[in-house]
Design a protein. Structure first.
Length: 395
């Protein structure tokens, strides 16, 4: 039994370490994309993304195909945390849940305050938090930040991702093909039946997942959502007759297998393909365009006000406890880090302005600027904020 006891923290620590180095990889990829977009390589880079490989262009394979694997991992994390992790009880869900709600609503309102006139459909861009990026910055601070705040940030970002997934499904879905949707529904039914029937081999799930992706791609709903739906059908119960819980559960096995490729290949490639903004070609007006300001201030001010305000209100009203050993200043730093909205924000930008290169460029400028400011301010504040040593561990 001692083995299982030791396995849990080391698994979490491995995951957080993996997340943080993946966040640094993503920063590097984004910087490289910016350099390419503002260099003579720009034309070749654009042409490559537009090149067709079979039915889809390279850009679409990255954004609809590779990102479905990213969403599969997001879905696995949501399912695991909800069933036996940080989100498994209502008291644990209360603070990150309320904070995530504020962190989605307020940035959307800030965005609309600036950009409701030219481009209201971009309201969801600043509502997303980038979990790898935010944890990457947090990891640089080491033991200055209590574990409770890491857990809070992780849980908040996971609920935030779930919100982003629901927003994509509801608001950024084009004309629907009912036959394809019906086919997808049948596949999902078979997947759940396999889960119920005790199928513990991953292969049939993944093969049906490919079919599901194809049907959802053709249906008009965003193809990446196939990843989330597939994740919810992967069993979390261990295989009978294998004592070691960690090794045995198909969900744990798949999550473990995906961490490295998603963190070190898929997300950086996505950043490389989408973060490039030709800044040198933009006029000074683009820096203060409504969409740029709406996204940038939505991430910096909206996230801070939404996450911190709703958290403090929930704690004041007795709906949730302050994270253990954390002070108010540290909570403010975490709220700022939530303004790092990289991967999901870029993703929603592509869905919000599919045909408009100028609005895409402005939104990306807002994402890069806002994420940079939020990340630097959050890091600086957490660097100087004192730990609340007298703080009592939360119930």
């Amino acid at each position: 039994m001692a083995h299982a006891h030791h396995a849990a923290p080391s698994a979490l620590r491995r995951f957080l370490d993996g997340q943080s180095s993946a966040g640094l990889m993503l920063m590097g990829a984004a910087a490289l994309a910016l350099v390419i977009a503002n260099s003579p390589l720009q034309a070749g880079y654009d042409a490559l993304l537009r090149t067709y490989l079979g039915p889809l262009s390279v850009g679409h394979w990255i954004n609809d195909g590779l990102m479905a694997v990213f969403f599969l991992l997001v879905g696995l994390e949501i399912k695991r945390e909800t069933l036996d992790g940080q989100l498994s009880t209502w008291s644990r869900r209360a603070l990150p849940g309320i904070a995530a709600a504020g962190g989605m609503a307020v940035p959307a309102l800030v965005y609309l305050a600036f950009a409701a006139e030219p481009a209201p459909q971009g309201w969801a861009i600043p509502a997303a938090t980038d979990i790898a990026f935010a944890l990457g910055i947090l990891s640089l601070l080491g033991p200055r930040v209590p574990v409770s705040l890491r857990v809070f940030l992780t849980a908040l970002a996971i609920i935030d991702d779930l919100g982003a997934v629901i927003i994509i499904a509801l608001f950024y879905t084009a004309g629907l093909s009912l036959p394809d949707l019906a086919g997808a529904a049948v596949v999902v039914g078979v997947l759940f039946a396999m889960n119920r029937g005790g199928v513990r081999s991953l292969t049939p799930y993944l093969l049906l997942g490919l079919l599901l992706w194809l049907l959802i791609l053709r249906s008009g709903v965003h193809a990446t959502l196939a990843g989330v739906v597939l994740a919810l059908t992967i069993p979390l119960q261990p295989t009978p007759g294998r004592p070691d819980h960690e090794a045995a559960s198909p969900l744990h096995r798949l999550e473990h297998a995906l961490h490295i490729p998603v963190g070190f290949l898929i997300v950086p490639v996505f950043g490389l393909a989408n973060a490039g903004v030709p800044i040198l070609g933009l006029s000074a007006e683009a820096l203060v365009a409504p969409v740029t300001l709406g996204v940038g201030l939505g991430l910096v001010v909206g996230k801070l006000v939404g996450v911190l305000g709703f958290s403090l209100l929930a704690i004041r009203l007795g709906l949730a406890d302050m994270p253990a050993y954390a002070g108010r200043l540290q909570l403010t730093g975490i709220a700022l880090l939530c303004g790092v909205g990289f991967t999901m924000s870029l993703f929603i930008t592509l869905l919000a302005f599919p045909e408009d290169a100028l609005l895409q460029a402005q939104a990306k400028l807002g994402i890069l600027g806002g994420s940079l400011v939020a990340g630097v301010l959050g890091y600086a504040l957490l660097h100087v904020a004192p730990r609340d040593v007298a703080g009592t561990p939360s119930r």
